[in-house]
Write a protein that binds this ligand. Structure first.
Ligand code: PEP
Ligand code: MN
Length: 339
């Protein structure tokens, strides 16, 4: 249930309304907007008489919401959430570029890629240190050493770093990471999500391979319910009957998620397609559909990449896409940060 208050509500009346609602066992999520304040009531509202609340002087309107996610719901929080990391902003109409290799492989590799993508306009560096691989025999990432190298690349370029966590017990190792990624395979690792709800760091939450919009938003809700409201949603392709592409990019997810939620929505065209040639057209499609950003795999030597080479762009190809995005959409985060 959402209670929309009139402008400048009488503080004493508001206080007494909040006390009464809390006495009904409800948790209250207060969201202060430019003109109106909203109270999101979380818990069992079945015993609350809507008409009684509507009749109060300070109340403009009351609506019941049926979606099971509250914190992530746009009805609770009509304005876009904008997440600031370093000099960059994600959400609210920016087109943030996150780029870097699938996995951190060496100091030379991550530093070179970081410099190149920065020159092209990326404002965040990605790179996996812990890799969720289908085969236990495949390269699993450099782990702690990978995080150390990411920090070196950050020191060199100033780009904040994004890297994936697979085990909540490893959180201390991510203390100095700027954005923690939850990969598609862990989207419903509820214990991990709960733990991430208790930290003060943005979380990049990737959509599970066969997750519905509501399931993705409920996973965001797990993080937000713990108090961490800085969640970035990522559409990265879903499983369909098509096998030509690694996954199928669900373009509709962008406007739908942005309608249902106030959280930023970014798109990963690399994992969505598995083919470097398709990254360019799908990047433009995602931007046209309103994505707040893109996360793109870039490698200095894709042919010899230890992970996801076939979908990785060369720095030159990434540069072309970044320039075209700037021309076509003119809302690159770099331009925003500088302008
Ligand atoms: C990744 O970003 O490297 C990754 C493994 O992505 P996903 O979880 O979307 O497969
Ligand atoms: Mn990858």
């Amino acid at each position: 249930m959402i209670v929309i208050l009139k402008e400048n509500p009488n503080p004493r009346q508001l206080d007494s309304l909040m006390t009464w609602l809390k006495s009904k066992g409800l948790e209250i999520h207060k969201s202060v907007g430019a003109t109106h304040t909203l109270l999101g009531l979380i818990g069992d509202t079945s015993s609350v008489d809507m008409n009684l609340i509507k009749a109060l002087d300070i109340v403009e309107d009351v609506t019941r919401i049926s979606e099971p996610y509250k914190n992530a719901n746009r009805k609770f929080h009509p304005r876009d959430t904008v997440i600031e990391v370093g000099n960059t902003k994600i959400g609210g109409g920016s087109l943030t570029l996150i780029a870097g290799p699938c996995s951190v492989e060496s100091e030379e590799q991550i530093c070179e890629v970081a410099q190149r993508v920065k020159e092209s306009g990326a404002t965040l560096l990605r790179g996996g240190a812990f890799k969720p691989r289908t085969s236990p025999y495949a390269f699993q990432g450099l782990k702690a050493e990978g995080i150390r190298l990411l920090k070196k690349a950050r020191e060199l370029t100033g780009l904040p770093i994004v890297t994936e966590i697979m085990d909540a017990d490893l959180l201390p190792m991510f203390d100095d990471v700027d954005i923690i990624q939850v990969g598609a395979r862990n989207m419903q690792n509820f214990e991990l999500l709960r733990r991430l709800g208790k930290i003060d760091k943005p979380i990049l939450l990737k959509r599970g391979l066969s997750a519905t919009y509501e399931e993705l938003l409920m996973s965001a809700e797990y993080i937000m319910a713990g108090g961490n409201e800085r969640v970035i949603l990522c559409e990265r392709g879903i499983r369909t009957f098509e096998t030509y592409t690694r996954n199928t990019l669900d373009i509709a997810a962008i406007p739908v998620l942005k309608t249902l939620s106030h959280l930023p929505v970014i798109v990963d065209p690399s994992h969505a397609t598995g083919r470097s040639k398709l990254v360019e057209p799908l990047s433009y499609a995602a931007a046209a559909a309103g994505a707040d950003g893109l996360i793109i795999e870039v490698h200095n030597d894709p042919e010899h990449a230890l992970c996801d080479g076939p979908q990785s762009l060369t720095p030159e190809a990434f540069d072309r896409i970044a320039k075209n995005l700037q021309t076509m959409f003119g809302r690159n985060a770099v331009a925003e940060a500088q302008g």
